[in-house]
Design a protein around this ligand. Structure first.
Ligand SMILES: CC(C)(COP(=O)(O)OP(=O)(O)OC[C@H]1O[C@@H](n2cnc3c(N)ncnc32)[C@H](O)[C@@H]1OP(=O)(O)O)[C@@H](O)C(=O)NCCC(=O)NCCS
Length: 138
C-alpha cells in the first residue's frame, strides 16, 4: 500500500517499528477481508498525537474512508487524554490538505525542503475537543 500510495514511501522497517511501539494508534480499513487503507501515528513528548501516515488505495478513494481513518486515530488520541493532533503534508498534496482542512486542521507552519525532491511540507494541527459524533449520538 505504502509503495502504491506515496511517491516517497516510508521504509517497511519504520512502519513496522511504529506498529510495534504504538499499536493503539494503528488502524486499517478493510473491504472484503482486504486491507484498503491505513493510518498510523505516535505520541510526541507525551502530549501531542502525531499522525505519521494515512493512505487509501486509489480504487477505494472518495468514499469517506480517509475521513473515517482520521476520525479513528483522533478518537484513540482523545482516549489517551491527548488534546492536540499534528501532521505534515506536502504543500503540493491538495487532496490531503482538503481532507485535513475539512476535518478541522489548520496550517500552522511550513518546513522547507522536507521531501527528497526539495519540496516543502505544511505543518497542520487540530485541537482535539469532545468527539462530535459521540455528542450527536447522545
Ligand atoms: C488523502 C487520502 C488518504 C484521502 O482518502 P479518501 O478515502 O479518498 O478520503 P475521503 O473520501 O474520506 O475524503 C475526505 C476529504 O478529502 C478531500 N478529497 C477527497 N478526494 C478529493 C478529490 N478528488 N479532490 C479534492 N478533495 C478531495 C475532501 O475534502 C474530502 O472531504 P469531503 O468529501 O467531505 O469533501 C487519499 O487520497 C490517499 O491515500 N492519498 C495518497 C496518500 C496521501 O497523500 N496521504 C496523505 C499524506 S499526508
Amino acid at each position: 500500500m505504502e509503495v502504491r500510495c506515496f511517491e516517497y514511501p516510508y521504509p517497511a522497517r519504520l512502519l513496522f517499528a511504529f506498529i510495534v511501539l504504538f499499536p493503539e494508534y494503528y488502524f486499517v480499513a478493510e473491504c472484503n477481508d482486504t486491507v484498503v487503507g491505513y493510518v498510523i501515528g505516535f505520541v510526541e513528548r507525551g502530549e501531542v498525537g502525531h499522525i505519521a501516515s494515512i493512505a487509501v488505495l486509489p480504487e477505494y478513494r472518495g468514499r469517506g474512508l480517509g475521513k473515517k481513518l482520521l476520525g479513528a486515530i483522533e478518537d484513540a488520541f482523545r482516549k489517551k487524554g491527548l488534546r492536540e493532533a499534528v501532521l505534515e503534508v506536502s504543500v503540493k498534496n491538495k487532496i490531503a490538505i482538503n481532507l485535513y482542512l475539512s476535518s478541522g486542521y489548520r496550517i500552522v507552519g511550513r518546513m522547507k525542503n522536507y521531501y527528497p525532491d526539495g519540496s516543502d511540507a505544511f505543518i497542520m494541527r487540530k485541537t482535539l475537543g469532545e468527539n462530535k459524533i459521540k455528542e450527536e449520538n447522545k
